[in-house]
Design a protein around this ligand. Structure first.
Ligand code: BES
Ligand code: ZN
Length: 589
């Protein structure tokens, strides 16, 4: 038996699913998807085949049209439920008939009132890390890649988009319905399976890119992300050719719980990026960079997640540097470093969660998600780059991508490749300590600039009476504001809060990063004039990056604990299941 991924029941010795043919009927009335999945094995197999499911109802399994035995094990709270098919010898294809649960952890079903337009319902999936099993029976491990073909039937006034190449939409045999067809010719790990259904329209932004959104948001989104084509070119410069044909993206309803999700051919993005000033497009660059680090070269299991995210943050900042210069990169790295310090502070510097290589066995990946793999990973990649020089490192990255494309690798495979390609580099930077030990090694690179030092100096001198010159600060960029606000004390006297708010109108900031950073100070300081906006903001956004720290800040302070509980009661029904779970854990502390 070989169960190589602690978060999956897949036993790759039994057989490997290399293709899925999916037929899905989306039923908004019952909030269920009825599906048939025909699984093709890479090599004919017989005997047991274990699949991952979560809250799936299995209504039948057939091979060559004949029913075959199947059995669902007892559910596990983290892993879900093992489905075991019994295959006749020499089986190439098996079909599983199933239905999802209204509580499927990968799906959010939205009422029309939760959408921009307010007239059509909406459904979207979010499968990373281990939620694909709640939408379809599969080997839900990045070690098992598959291609797929899908037909999706929905009411005829709705449109389906999918992280795949779209085919035709044709009238369905079900009255009042249409069937959309998709093909995914490049093999993907299950966590990249993704689709959305709603009143969705699109606009071309370049020869390879198009933005999809609800009609109400289309023009704003097209303006915000107009630079996508130059990002794509800059990314190819870093990594080599783009192998997914198109780079389209979907701007989601506000309850989308992440900033972005790198679903191949169709990145999903939070609408909180629509700041009206293009200042938050780094998230688009990040998801684009995953087209190589993540989608071509994928972490073998969640324990190697830093390979996905650390390299992607590094690439995101290379793209930023190419488009906006070195200062922009330093500011972004400094913002990242603040986040890392905070994450390490929360876990504690000796916590195993601050290692790059983690041991997540038995744990829910949503619970230990943090910035550590992103920002500590970024620092290690940057350190290696500095150690060997940027030219040698640039060539190394291209070889790394080429060598491991369409495979899923462990940290150890990476280290072995590194040693073969850049002998001695790992030793020179102490890579083993970085990877296997907790906390941040002393040789972590520092990114700085005169501008950064000035901003941080202003903020850290706050208690000694240092204040920014209001006239100058009004022309600060959004990144400047983030740096400054993040470096201010978490708790400030009311008069100081009032001065900041009145001078810079922070409570009405349109940029979600600035607003959230300010509201965190306001919450930590118990600054009451900002409370109505905090309440409102927690109802407007679904992105966990904002929800979790704000609920945390409110919950930590006895004076605002009730505000946290009441606000959650008001809005929890609209939050994504993953976000709701995360906030419940905060409020239960
Ligand atoms: N792949 C992640 C999002 C993710 C990670 C979803 C783990 C579920 C489980 C995505 O690429 C990401 O990192 N998004 C960040 C953007 C950022 C670091 C620029 C986010 O959502 O904030
Ligand atoms: Zn990422």
């Amino acid at each position: 038996m070989s169960r190589p991924d602690p978060h999956s029941y897949a036993d790759l010795d039994q057989g490997r699913i290399s293709h899925q043919d999916l037929d899905l009927f989306i039923d908004f009335a019952s909030r269920r998807i009825e599906g048939a999945a025909t699984l093709t094995l890479a090599v004919p197999a017989g005997g047991p085949l274990d699949l991952d499911t979560r809250d799936l109802e299995i209504t039948g399994a057939t091979v060559g049209g004949e029913a075959v035995p199947f059995e669902l094990a007892d559910p596990d709270p983290v892993m879900g439920t093992r489905l075991r098919l019994q295959l006749p010898p020499g089986t190439v294809q098996a079909t599983v008939h199933f239905a999802t649960s209204p509580q499927a952890s990968a799906l959010q079903w939205l009422e029309p009132a939760q959408t921009d337009g307010g007239t059509h319902p909406y459904l979207f999936s979010q499968c990373q890390a281990i939620h694909a099993r709640s939408v379809l029976p599969c080997q839900d491990t990045p070690l098992a890649r598959f291609t797929f073909h899908a037909t999706v039937t929905v009411p005829e006034d709705l449109t389906v988009v999918m992280a795949a190449a779209p085919g035709e939409a044709v009238p369905s045999t079900r009255a009042g319905h249409r069937t959309f067809t998709f093909a995914m010719p490049q093999s993907i790990p299950s966590y990249l399976f993704a689709f959305a259904v709603g009143n969705i329209v699109s606009k071309d932004l370049g020869p390879r890119s198009r933005v999809y959104t609800e009609p109400e948001t289309l023009e704003r989104a097209a303006w915000e992300f107009a630079e996508v084509d130059s990002m794509l070119t800059a990314a190819e410069d870093v990594f080599g050719p783009y192998l997914w044909d198109r780079f389209d993206f979907l701007v989601m309803p506000s309850s989308f719980p992440y900033g972005g999700m790198e679903n191949p051919r169709l990145t999903f993005l939070t609408p909180t990026l629509l700041a009206g000033d293009r200042s938050l497009v780094n998230v688009l660059a990040h998801e684009l960079a995953h087209s190589w680090t993540g989608n071509l070269v994928t972490n073998a299991t969640i324990d190697d997640f830093w390979l996905n995210e650390g390299f992607t943050v590094w690439a995101e900042r290379c793209i930023l540097e190419k488009l906006e210069g070195p200062e922009a990169k330093s500011l972004a790295a400094a913002i990242g470093r603040n986040g890392l310090n905070e994450a390490i502070g929360t876990f504690g510097p000796d916590s195993p969660f601050t290692r790059l290589k983690t041991d997540g066995k038995g744990k829910d990946p949503d619970e230990f998600y943090s910035l550590v793999p992103y920002e500590k990973g970024f620092l290690l990649v940057s350190l290696l780059e500095q150690a060997v020089g940027s030219d040698r490192f640039a060539a190394f990255i291209k070889r790394y991508i080429e060598h491991f494309s369409f495979t899923s690798i462990t940290t150890e495979q990476f280290l072995e490749f590194l040693e073969a390609e850049l002998p001695g580099a790992a030793e020179k930077v102490g890579a083993k300590q970085w990877v296997y030990q907790a906390g941040l090694p002393a040789n972590a690179p520092r990114f700085t600039s005169a501008r950064l030092e000035n901003l941080q100096g202003l903020a850290t001198g706050w208690a000694d009476g240092k204040r920014p010159d209001p006239a100058a600060a009004r022309s600060w960029s959004p990144e400047d504001w983030q740096i400054f606000l993040q470096a201010l004390p978490r708790k400030m006297p009311e008069a100081d809060c009032r001065w900041l708010d009145e001078s810079f109108d922070l409570t009405n900031a349109r940029n979600a990063e600035i607003l959230c950073n300010w509201l965190l100070i306001a919450a930590g300081s118990g600054y009451e004039p900002a409370f109505p906006r905090i309440r409102e903001f927690l109802g407007e956004v679904g992105r966990m990056k904002y929800l979790k720290p704000l609920y945390n800040a409110l919950h930590r302070n006895e004076r605002t604990r009730t505000l946290a509980v009441e606000t959650f009661a008001d809005h929890s029904a609209g939050y994504h299941p993953i976000a709701r779970g995360g906030i419940e854990r905060i409020l239960a502390q």
